[in-house]
Write a protein that binds this ligand. Structure first.
Ligand code: SF4
Ligand code: SF4
Length: 380
């Protein structure tokens, strides 16, 4: 006879904390980001996937059958939170086949979208089995500037229409903003716009090179001094970049190349079916066309945990590391070596640390004039 007693109800925060604690204790993967496509109806100027938003690359993307297999394998390894992203997810004609398969596996689904492709039909379909959350990018509260950035006239109006549809449909959504050099001056308007739409305002500032290695997306980086001003004005905004913990100043506890959360409880699968530990981790990936999710996790996590600093890079002993966004893949693309400091990230780390500790600090690159070298005994 089946047990029909109801499960005890606990607040979501308690559930989430318990699951994360158990995952940390038992080294289990519980979160995944799955890029469904690089196709998108917009061409945002900072976009890292845009080089592959080209029909020449579309045949490389995961098929529905492949995605259905991966969803089952992700469920079997214990994934609970699944983020579907792109490109734009609604560019896939089979999006709802994927969505319904994912709902059927019981994932808590987070959708990332630019918000411009919502229709009444999409809203009604989502209402039948709503996602856990929908995140929409908000670049500007001014039509001409929004359309300039997306390079698509009419995109701001489509974005507003999407928000109206979501609100009318009662679906859970939040607006997210990336502050850059061209929109940082709009922070008060962006905050007002977000709050008028019933959302708390937060921002991120990190940008990444494009997936093909082109670093022109970094031209839109917010100046470090602007980050310092934003930090000093607590009323204006809150920075929500996830990895740095902004702890007290102290040297790293170990020599691992990846000091962030890479290789703990999260996986990323790109639109070509390659698994890694994070969206911007391209030092090691494994194809899910030739390996299972379980095999690929084992391989990539072991590799990531084994990568250590082999040079005397300033990053190796840097006391500002918890304030720093440096990612080894970005360092490789920008400077030629994954261990090298990224001067922009150093400037930002100094600005954040000085703002937090209210004291002047020595810039990590100012007591170093010679080039980075291999440490004695380190083989490449
Ligand atoms: S909406 Fe997203 S995927 Fe599309 S171009 Fe903009 S940043 Fe890239
Ligand atoms: S990039 Fe700069 S601030 Fe960041 S860890 Fe390296 S030396 Fe420190």
């Amino acid at each position: 006879m089946s047990d029909t007693r109801p499960l005890p109800m606990i607040p979501y925060g308690t559930f989430s904390r318990n699951v994360h604690d158990q995952a940390a204790t038992h080294h289990r993967v519980i979160k995944a980001q799955l890029e469904l496509t690089y196709r998108c109806n917009l061409h945002c100027r900072h976009c890292y996937t845009d080089p592959y938003n080209d029909r020449a690359y579309f045949p490389r993307e995961l098929t529905l059958t492949e995605i259905q297999r991966l969803l089952g394998e992700m469920r079997d390894v214990g994934i609970i939170w699944l983020n579907l992203t792109g490109g734009d997810i609604f560019m896939r004609p089979d999006f709802f086949d994927i969505y319904e398969a994912a709902v059927g596996h019981g994932f808590l689904l987070q959708l990332y979208t630019n918000g411009t492709l919502f229709t009444q039909a999409i809203i009604e379909r989502l209402q039948t089995r709503p996602p856990f959350s929908i995140d929409i990018s908000c670049h500007s509260a001014e039509e001409s500037r929004f359309d300039w950035f997306t390079q698509v006239p009419g995109s701001y109006r489509a974005f507003l229409r999407g928000i109206e549809l979501l609100q009318a449909g009662g679906l859970p959504f939040s607006l997210k903003t990336k502050l850059m050099n061209w929109n940082a001056g709009e922070v008060d308007q962006l905050r007002r716009f977000t709050e008028e739409n019933g959302q708390p305002f937060g921002y991120t500032t990190s940008l990444s090179p494009r997936l093909n290695g082109d670093c022109s997306s970094l031209d839109y980086r917010i100046p470090p001094d602007a980050i310092r001003r934003l930090h000093s004005n607590q009323d204006v905004a809150q920075e929500t970049d996830g990895c740095p913990t902004h702890d007290p100043l102290s040297p790293p506890a170990h020599e691992r190349l990846f000091r962030c959360g890479c290789g703990t409880d999260t996986i990323h699968i790109n639109a070509w079916g390659e698994l890694s530990t994070c969206t911007f981790q391209y030092e090691t990936r494994q194809s899910l066309r030739t390996h299972t999710v379980c095999e690929a996790i084992e391989h990539t996590f072991t590799t990531i945990h084994g990568l250590t600093y082999r040079t005397d890079s300033a990053c190796r002993t840097c006391t500002l590391h918890t304030f720093c966004d440096k990612q080894p893949t970005q360092a490789r693309l920008e400077t030629g070596h994954p261990e090298s400091p990224i001067p922009y990230d150093c400037d930002v780390a100094v600005a954040r640390a000085e703002s937090t500790h209210q004291q002047p600090l020595i810039h990590p690159l100012h007591h170093r004039s010679r080039p980075m070298t291999a440490r004695p005994g380190a083989s490449s």
